[in-house]
Design a protein around this ligand. Structure first.
Ligand SMILES: [Zn+2]
Length: 75
């Protein structure tokens, strides 16, 4: 697969940290599975992974009180 951001990038499977923010709550996810460009470092998440992140973000904002949450993806 080729990168959409640069002409020569090849995408490789790996994991990345993702930071998401909503309503003043920041959630950092560690080791999120992604395709990563070997040239520019751009990362691509599939829609299933994105869905999991949004669910977890919803949980984090719903419980309130926490402004920074660092969690392991899939934990
Ligand atoms: Zn690239």
């Amino acid at each position: 697969m080729h990168c959409a951001m640069c002409p020569n990038g090849e995408l490789e499977k790996g994991t990345v940290p993702m930071v998401m923010e909503r309503q003043g709550v920041t959630v950092v996810f560690q080791h999120v599975p992604a395709l990563i460009c070997d040239q520019c470092g751009e990362s691509y998440l599939d829609s299933e992974v994105t869905g999991h992140l949004l669910d977890a973000l919803n949980q984090a904002t719903a419980c309130g009180g926490t402004h920074l949450d660092i969690r392991e993806y899939g934990a």
